[in-house]
Design a protein around this ligand. Sequence first.
Ligand code: ARG
Length: 257
Amino acid sequence: MCPPAYFKVTYSINPWMDPDKPVDLPLALAQWEDLRDRYRALGHTVEELTPRPELPDMVFAANGATVVDGRVLGARFAHPERAAEAAVHAEWFRAHGYADVLEPEHINEGEGDFAVTTSWLLAGRGFRSSPLSHPEAQEFFGRPVIGLDLVDPRYYHLDTALSVLDGDEVMYYPGAFSAGSRAVLAHLFPDALIATEEDASALGLNAVSDGRHVLLPQAAVGLFAPLRERGYEPIGLDLGELLKGGGSVKCCTQELR
Ligand code: ARG
């Protein structure tokens, strides 16, 4: 995770970002600390990346890399405003003993567009990550990649529309995907938790699950009961200030598998 010490919205690269809307920085920090402290209270280890003043979106650490089995596929950002973040992440991994760090040839925005299930690497495309990053990730991780087409600009990253709960269990919002991708998702995940437009537009799918607890935006009220029915413990958080950058729980969290 990366504290939002220099978080602000000065440019707009997704429909959630409005540079005219002020950000309450102390509140953003407090909301972010709440998320970090929740992880720690649940027994998880949280590493912190040092924020850079010239990179206001660094708080969205999920985009910096994808890590599976200790192997690191670095990011390459679609927009110049965030391009320099990739090297900061790659450098962190090298400094922390990760020997296998690939700096990719094709654009991929890390866990923004890659989601890891037991059987597959789900991979979003359409707004940010290049379709060419999919075979690159498949070759690097040796896991079957399932390409999914995102069609609604509000759900510009896969992690705004789909979340892995455990194993091969996911929750997603069908409206974010093309008809073909919806059919693929229905085929692979017949028992998925299907989110409503209301919960999806509260960024409720931008969630992190440890297989038992699901941390998600508290505004996604409709997801709590179905999660409980499936045996999960939903934990609602208010990351409203970071939502102004177009991200929430998952965007702020890169998982070191
Ligand atoms: N402002 C950031 C961007 O548009 C938000 C990134 C959110 N991260 C995510 N994993 N969806 O790139």
